[in-house]
Design a protein. Structure first.
Length: 690
């Protein structure tokens, strides 16, 4: 009898909350007939006896030839044994079973990622410790003129940088789609799966676990069933034009054959990788709103999500979380999921984060993708990462905002941003604290400078059209502004105009920066207190030179670089913006000069602690800036104020503070060149070492 000495990882509610390294056995079933990948034809089940005498039954998976395997993540140490193996409910009489018994020992891991039973808005492991996702996407192996390392190598880099989250797609173009081969000549027969792709996923799952990275396995992506957004439908093997049977991509969500084949694939995925705690969640679809069916048959798309989520929950012994990625404002889509996963490519990521918070969602949420605007995606990726990361740490979201462009990030070795953030999280412990709310901290600087901001959502109806810009720089509702100011087209009502209530400390300017139009042209107009002040016609007679765009809008649209500015007297005024041209114009951002303190602050906290991020409103090679900070809402007492270097990941300095009665805590900022973070905690609290 052969024993396997293993150090193992599990996450079932039945166990202790620990997880040990997987145990795996292989065996041969030469008698299997028909499709070994279809559990409705060949349902192979393995029953284990646990150390406490209980039994569990898990699905096995086909791995080529006559070989089958079963994998389990134990949740307690001790001796495990395989009691029986069945094929379609009868004794399978397996051959070459190896091993039959296992001894599980070693140090346990924290378990699988769940929704925290004590707080529906955050994640926790089976052992009760809080999981706060911080990382970036790693969707596929990027090849071409500047090939990236293998995904397993990238996962090792993530681990070294203390990245603990990523998303990985099941896509065909790098050989990771089980039922759609990278090369047409290698396409598996209908209903069968690509074992070479499966073995790539074995390596990915192992690397994620070895490096402490939890990932969303993205089971489908929108391009597979789209004719308009990253469209792959023309080469989809299920397309009737390619020998398949579907007349259109819309049918995928309701066709009985497509549903059965998809369930069979998901059952295989559960059997092969369901054991892994490193799979944070099954992500049913990437950006489902970009599929054809979402626009024309939303009820079918919603029903498909319900059906597939139900199937996964029924067959997944380990009960992984389930999500999808789409806009959060579609109520039909989300009831079947455990948490929200939105994507954002706005002109201003801080506005997008504020917009997500403003929706008051009823379960965990965070941005699973973000980047610069679609029109400057690769400009200064380090700045974009830093701003989105630290802005999200101060938000109400259940994890950090996750950067999309890994193929820009990794060559520039920008992982240090995440290391510094994780050390700050360790030192502050804020994800484990209860009742953290937005804190309206204020900051004043000796001089006032530009107030710069941008819309928070991209192509979508604007959530509001009137906005108040306080003299302190606080922006009310900007996160709900669309970046596309519509002209006199069919989409006019999405965002026809905007009104800004402003309060200038001294006479200044109000400027709108635009960077793209359609070939139909646009006409931007600004008025101050109801009086026309300036206008800008672009593309109305002769369009500017076209620069093809790569993301979403197509080559028919033109990039521009234009600014429309108007003078505004000191005091309170109303500025109105309207597009009276033929079609939309894309807003890159706004600048009000002079208007706000040169430093800005975002914060959250409770009655005895807070975390703050203080940043310069305008990046400039100028002298560092100091300021006076006021933090309300803290109970009376003595406090420790810890200043944090957000780039080096180390304490800058520590000082004492005191709150009397209901007064705010006030203190001065050291000279700030770019930004800094702050931890405020009770002086009597024990220090947490990063």
């Amino acid at each position: 009898m052969m024993l396997a000495m293993l150090a193992v990882t599990s996450a079932r509610a039945r166990g202790s909350g620990a997880s040990f390294t997987k145990i795996e056995a292989s065996f041969e079933l030469p008698q299997v007939q028909g499709n070994p990948f279809d559990f409705t034809q060949n349902d192979v089940q393995v029953t284990f006896t646990l150390p406490d005498g209980h039994e569990i039954t898990l699905p096995a998976f086909f791995d080529g030839g006559h070989t089958w395997r079963v994998r389990h993540t134990p949740d307690s140490p001790g001796q495990y044994a395989i009691r029986s193996i069945t094929l379609n409910g009868s004794d399978a009489n397996p051959q070459q079973l190896n091993p039959r018994e296992f001894v599980v020992s070693g140090s346990p891991g924290p378990g699988f990622v769940r929704i925290d039973s004590n707080d529906k808005m955050r994640f926790a492991f089976d052992n009760g410790s809080i999981y706060y996702p911080v990382g970036y996407d790693l969707a596929w192996h990027q090849n071409g003129s500047s090939p990236m390392p293998a995904l397993t190598e990238s996962l090792a880099r993530m681990g070294k940088a203390r990245v603990n989250w990523t998303r990985i797609w099941m896509n065909y173009w790098d050989g990771k789609n089980l039922d759609w081969a990278q090369r047409p000549a290698d396409q598996p027969p209908l209903g069968q799966l690509d074992l070479e792709a499966a073995r790539k996923w074995d390596a990915i799952v192992d690397a994620a676990q070895a490096n402490g990275v939890y990932f969303q396995m993205v089971l489908q992506h929108h391009g597979q069933f789209s004719t308009h957004a990253d469209a792959n439908w023309a080469i989809n093997p299920w397309n009737k034009a390619n020998g398949g049977w579907l007349d259109s991509p819309v049918q995928f969500f309701s066709d009985s054959k497509a549903m059965a084949l998809t369930k069979a694939k998901y059952r295989y995925i559960i059997a092969r990788w369901g054991y892994s705690p490193s799979i944070m969640a099954w992500e049913l679809f990437n950006e489902i709103e970009n599929s054809d069916a979402f626009r024309t048959n939303l009820n079918d798309v919603a029903a498909w999500h319900v059906e597939m989520a139900k199937f996964l929950r029924e067959f997944d012994f380990y009960h992984h979380l389930i999500t999808t990625s789409s806009r959060t404002t579609e109520p039909k889509l989300w009831p079947a999921t455990d948490y929200y996963q939105a994507h954002a490519y706005p002109p201003d990521i801080l506005s997008a984060i504020a917009n997500l918070d403003a929706q008051k969602l009823d379960r965990p949420y965070f941005l699973g993708e973000f980047g610069g605007s679609a029109f400057n995606a690769d400009a200064n990726p380090g700045d974009v990462i830093h701003r989105g990361l630290w802005g999200s740490l101060m938000s109400q979201s259940s994890g950090a905002s996750q950067y999309w462009y890994w193929y820009l990030l990794e060559p520039k070795e920008l992982g240090f941003h995440f290391t510094a953030a994780q050390k700050f999280i360790d030192l502050s412990g804020f994800p484990s604290q209860r009742n953290l709310k937005p804190v309206q901290a204020e900051i004043e600087t000796a001089t006032r400078g530009p107030l710069k901001f941008g819309p928070g959502i991209d192509w979508a109806p604007s959530r509001q059209t009137r906005f108040t810009l306080s003299p302190g720089g606080r922006l009310e509702g900007i996160g709900g502004m669309s970046a596309f100011l519509q002209g006199q087209s069919n989409n006019h009502d999405m965002f026809p105009s905007a009104t800004f209530d402003v309060d200038y400390p001294s006479a200044g300017t109000f400027a709108v920066h635009v960077d793209q139009i359609t070939v139909k042209g646009a006409h931007l107009e600004l008025s101050v207190d109801g009086e026309p002040a300036a206008s800008l016609g672009v593309g109305e007679n002769a369009a500017p030179a076209a620069i093809p765009l790569g993301r979403g809008q197509g080559n028919a649209n033109n990039r521009i670089d234009a600014t429309l500015a108007v003078p505004v007297p000191a005091g309170k005024h109303t500025v109105r913006m309207e597009n009276t041209g033929a079609d939309w114009i894309h807003i890159r951002g706004f600048t009000l000069t002079p208007y706000a303190p040169a430093l800005a602050v975002l914060a959250k906290g409770n009655n005895d602690s807070a975390v703050l991020w203080i940043y310069r409103r305008e990046h400039a090679d100028a002298a560092p800036i100091t300021g006076s900070i006021s933090v309300p809402g803290l109970d009376a007492g003595n406090y420790r104020i810890i200043w944090w270097d957000t780039y080096k990941g180390e304490v800058l300095k520590e000082e004492a503070g005191h709150v009397t009665d209901a007064a705010p805590l006030t203190f001065s900022a050291p000279p700030i060149a770019l930004d800094a973070a702050v931890i405020i905690e009770r002086a009597t609290a024990p220090r947490i070492q990063p």
